[in-house]
Design a protein around this ligand. Sequence first.
Ligand code: AMP
Length: 511
Amino acid sequence: MNLAHLLARTARVCPERPAVALGEGESVSYGELFRRAAATAGCLRSALGLRTGDRVALFMANRPRYLELLYGIWHAGLVAVPINNKLHAREVAFILENSAASLLFVAGDPNDDWRLWCASAAGLRIISVDDPESLRLTSGEPIAVVPRAPEDLAWLFYTSGTTGQPKGVMLSQRNLLAMTLAYFPDVDQATPADSIVYAAPMSHGAGMYNFAHVLVGARHVVPASGGFDPHEILSLARRFGQVSLFAAPTMVRRLVDHVADHGADCSGIKTIVYGGGPMYIEDIRRALDVLGDRLVQIYGQGESPMTITALARRHLADRAHPRYRERIASVGVAHSVVEVVVADADDQALPAEEIGEVLVRGDTVMAGYWRNPEATAATLRNDWLHTGDLGSLDADGFLTLRDRSKDVIISGGANIYPREVEEVLLRHAAVAEVSVVGRPSAEWGEEVVAFVVWRPGLCAPIAELDRLCLGSIARFKRPRDYIPVAALPKNNYGKVLKTALRRHWTQPGEN
Ligand code: AMP
């Protein structure tokens, strides 16, 4: 089993089909993409002397050659280490050293920054894909796909590290194949007429959705801007039709605002898969109103990539369902390739509606953390992946996430789930964004504090926010303090860094 066979198969069946394009530019065909991957593989092994299992890192923004390099790496029996290109040089240096990568693909001109980090990673070679010399990679002698076992490592995925150093999640060939096969029943029926647009980093979940689309011979489009621009996404959708994309909740919001403000046509969009972080009910409702029934939600984490639960299009569309509100607030039902339970501290499954830790097992669950047996043992216990997420299942199997276990606020002995409070505050017209965290309190252990970003030109009196909370949630859950901020601290994937917010009182002056 080698993921490179997915491309080999499609290239054999339909070599002429367009495979990869930059924006509306000309496409490279599947036949050519495969030829380039096979030639790159030959070069990696012979000219560069890499051996089966060696790690090859990619540190670059989305670009059409991303796929050619990934498939070249797998074709050669190597392990890909895609790195988010927005990471700080220090974080990149850590990943290069931790993964002991032998080769790094970068974009742009080598500059001093690179030399600096690379000095710390012994024996690392660097190739800039913008250097015309790098094209020699694809002119070498193609080789046959190097066989790999299902449990062999394919992708070393570094967690976003909202706390501490990132950890290298070991994703095997089988993990990624299981994830790919689950896409079809649980997320969307990808077809050869589809185009996947990479609006989010290919080093992360968006890039992992390449497999399902390679499998069916769909088109892969990298936006010319290299990022997420709602106007560009919509014009690509008009140009290609049947466009699918993975988007973080903040991106969905921007797209919705753009469509609403400009009355833009979004009929070329087939599916927007959202996930990676919570999306609030009011935002989901608005997205469905503005974009129509084009949304699917997934819940996953690097440790079970893109594949824990999914909230299908039909569930998001079923507005007449008696539990519709609960359902759209949930992350849906277990993907077909995994088992999901909500368990107590002893890993015993809890009855419906009780809150506990979300545990997962199945073929998508990682083999462990790279060279980190302690973290592996703490996360993979009793046969289950311990996600660190708290949630509850309803009687129909829909999972509702409460919070990360470390974000729960314990005040006067009672558990308060910040998300519940955030959902309420977001209903206020003056609140653009909010994040609720616990502040140490001599009296209560912790007390609830809300960091609020006001909408431009607006601001609400505290008494009004208090009234809103008292009208919907228990008195003890309402914030004791509101701290206005210009923006919430977020990591490169748009996730709010609650640890950074808590520093407001542990290290005042840093925020
Ligand atoms: P990462 O491994 O960086 O992708 O982060 C995974 C974490 O993001 C999960 O453990 C959840 O806490 C959160 N997450 C992912 N998908 C969702 C979702 N659909 N709704 C809420 N939180 C999510």
